[in-house]
Write a protein that binds this ligand. Structure first.
Ligand code: DC
Length: 219
């Protein structure tokens, strides 16, 4: 059994690296951020203001949320609709960060994540995998990079689809989300004491993947 926890702020390279690791090590990959994103989208769909805990909790039972694994990887479904593409918008960025502050949402998703990872060789990426979801994971890594570098990555990722996108706006949003994710009361973003810290700022994707794999082989 192998569980790899990959945590870090948005844009630190977690999901890109997790996909590579999953392929190279021939294990499954769970993107836990996609789960918070789908709940954020569901809360909006049912008319809740995602900044209001009471409103989100009130609509939570209505949200029919499923995770599925297809040949091309993980998909998320809201009321039976595949929303894997729809969750990648600035609106879903903030909605997911908002709903991830609420205990009811975290309890629900953490339990689901533990059930999915049980008895499956898997890499999971998120904010609290090494600290809360799987504190006994075999390997833990915490990826980071400066806010400017992370905002630049997100900007490059999204500018084709959104030609009006401004770098300053992306940077502001990255800082806002970092602050909110790191300062929330429950399971804030933080490095587990036994996690290996990797600053991906000056590294290529391949270098990051190789660094992690070398640790896994060493053990
Ligand atoms: O990794 P991401 O950007 O897709 O995550 C979206 C939001 O979900 C992020 O702002 C914080 C939250 N999140 C969380 O609180 N815990 C996780 N394990 C994963 C994501």
């Amino acid at each position: 059994m192998i569980n790899i926890a990959l945590d870090g702020p948005s844009g630190s390279g977690k999901s890109t690296i997790a996909k590579i690791l999953a392929k190279k090590l021939n294990i499954a990959y769970l993107d836990t951020g996609a789960m918070y994103r789908t709940i954020g989208l569901g809360a909006i769909k049912y008319g809740a203001d995602t900044k209001s805990e009471a409103e989100v909790i009130a609509v939570l039972p209505k949200i029919d949320f499923k995770v599925g694994f297809e040949a091309d990887g993980q998909h998320v479904y809201l009321d039976g609709e595949d929303v894997s593409g729809l969750i990648r918008t600035p609106q879903a960025d903030m909605a997911s960060s908002n709903v991830s502050r609420y205990e009811a949402v975290r309890t629900y998703l953490v339990e689901m994540q533990r059930n999915i990872a049980r008895n499956v060789d898997m890499v999971l990426d998120g904010r609290d995998i090494g600290t809360v979801v799987l504190p006994d994971a075999n390997y833990k890594f915490f990826l980071t990079a400066s806010p400017e570098i992370r905002a630049k990555r997100r900007f490059d990722e999204r500018k084709d689809k959104n030609p009006d996108l401004k770098f300053e706006d992306v940077l502001r949003e990255v800082n806002e989300r970092d602050y909110q994710d790191s300062n929330r009361a429950i399971s804030p973003l933080r490095q587990a004491e036994d996690a290996v810290l990797i600053d991906t700022g000056d590294m290529t994707i391949d270098e990051v993947a190789q660094t992690i794999i070398s640790f896994i082989k060493e053990k």
